[in-house]
Design a protein around this ligand. Structure first.
Ligand SMILES: [Zn+2]
Length: 450
């Protein structure tokens, strides 16, 4: 962790190549990632855009010394940290991590690390599919852990469905629990060719919430063509980054998300991979919208050139990057004030990867006196980079030190948490969402937030 300055600001928005060089890892993270790193000079690694292959120019944002967000520990021990460098390609505008962490570093060490993705819009997705582009579809495949809810709905409408085992086999002796960081490796030409040989093709192939984890998203989309029948479609669903970029919310940066798509870059990637975009529908979410693309493989695998640019996206990212020092200063001073003279007045409720990133990106660990989550799996574990173990909300209710409770929960369930914590409100505890742009956010008074 970087050392706090008097102002609380670590201006880490750029360029800072030396820092990157000193921290960079040399371990393997899979073929696609290796291809992305070109050792063109003896000391200076350069990174190429995952979409259009242009050289990334190091004008993005650097978060230094961030622990891996799933690395919960049973004792207060130092955890391995790494730098995250987020950049935007000057040509195709894809926002992306310059260098993903190696897969084996990110792989969970605990069996209960799992994530949830939105499902409420899937009835509408199925209606749109079956009433238009897929009215004659008879079969469906899923390729990842979030496809079953869509496939269930397709099955109810008479299609056959199968979630394919695309994950590469792991030989580890049980100390690691492969998840999305490993799953994305399976979306390659060789593995999917083998599956197509044995399982055939389907009229609808679903790939939900996996493309943004891919070290080689272009290769993944190209490989997925092999599973799609003639006249079939590939459904790709990803989170849209526009809202959190516009809100200047830095808790959404995550070492497991390699690409941060918006509508234009998802379209470009699909075109580059040789697909026609039949439909691209946006389903609104409080913090992120969901983008659902219906893609049909074109006759040729060689896709369109992704040379077009979109200046509004470029401006959005530039504003995001430039607002980091000011946002960080504001958050640190606000949380320090809330912690009070004894430094133990702040609780953080909802210990997911965004909460972990929020604390570490803004160097807030010393101000968080209670980390609260009612997931029994997390209870007693130290969240990465925090100095206190997770306690349940019942324990928080007994903690009279707490004067401010920061909420890192989805806005849609915030009212339930507030109800659960009503006794705190009754004794004057303040509640603020950590998420920028949410009513009652800690950041609502920041001049960097509009
Ligand atoms: Zn590019």
């Amino acid at each position: 962790m970087s050392t706090p300055t008097d102002t609380g600001v670590e201006a880490c928005s750029f360029p800072c190549q030396e820092q990157l060089l000193s921290q960079r890892s040399t371990a393997s993270s899979g073929g696609a990632a290796e291809k992305n790193v070109v050792e063109s000079m003896r000391t200076a690694p350069v990174f190429h855009c995952r979409l259009c292959n242009r050289l990334l120019d190091n004008r993005g944002l650097l978060l230094t010394q961030i622990p891996i967000c799933n690395r919960f520990t049973t004792s207060k021990e130092p955890v391995e940290r790494h730098d995250l460098h987020l950049d935007q390609c000057a040509r195709c505008q894809l926002i992306q991590l310059c260098e993903p962490l190696p897969v084996d570093k990110v792989m969970p060490r605990l069996p209960w690390i799992k994530y949830r993705e939105p499902e409420g819009h899937l009835d509408s997705v199925v209606d749109r599919l079956l009433s238009a582009h897929c009215s004659k579809a008879g079969s469906s495949f899923g390729v990842g852990p979030f496809d079953q809810p869509l496939l269930c709905r397709l099955e109810q409408r008479g299609l056959s469905s199968l979630v394919l085992e695309t994950r590469p086999p792991q030989s580890d002796g049980g100390a690691r629990f492969p998840y999305l960081e490993t799953w994305q490796l399976g979306l390659n030409a060789a593995i999917l060719a083998g599956i197509a040989d044995t399982r055939g093709k389907a009229d609808i192939v679903s790939c939900r919430y996996l493309l943004e984890h891919c070290h080689d998203p272009l290769g993944a989309l190209r490989a997925l063509r092999q599973l799609v029948s003639v006249d079939g479609v590939l459904i790709v669903e990803v989170p849209d980054s526009t809202k959190f970029l516009a809100a200047r919310d830095f808790s959404f940066i995550w070492e497991e998300h390699i690409s941060y798509f918006v509508e234009s870059t998802l379209r470009l990637l699909a075109a580059k991979a040789g697909y026609a975009v039949l439909d691209l529908h946006r389903y609104p979410g409080d913090l992120e919208d969901a983008l659902v693309a219906v893609l049909r493989p074109s006759a040729s695998e060689s896709g369109a050139d992704a040379a077009q640019t979109c200046s509004s996206q470029s401006d959005l990212f530039r504003s995001y990057v430039s607002s980091l020092p000011q946002t960080r200063d504001f958050v640190r001073s606000s949380v320090a004030a809330a912690a009070g003279p004894s430094g133990d007045g702040v609780a953080l409720f909802g210990i997911g990867h965004q909460a972990v990133m929020f604390v570490n990106a803004f160097d807030l660990s010393k101000y968080v006196a209670a980390a609260v989550d009612d997931d029994p799996n997390k209870c007693g574990y130290f969240p990465p980079g925090l100095r206190v173990p997770v306690i349940p909300s019942q324990a928080l209710l007994q903690d009279n030190r707490i004067q401010t409770c920061l909420l890192a929960v989805a806005p849609g369930i915030e009212h339930k948490i507030r109800d659960k914590l009503a006794p705190l409100a009754e004794r004057g505890v303040q509640f603020h969402s950590i998420f920028a742009g949410v009513p009652g956010s800690l950041l609502s008074r920041s001049s960097s937030w509009r």
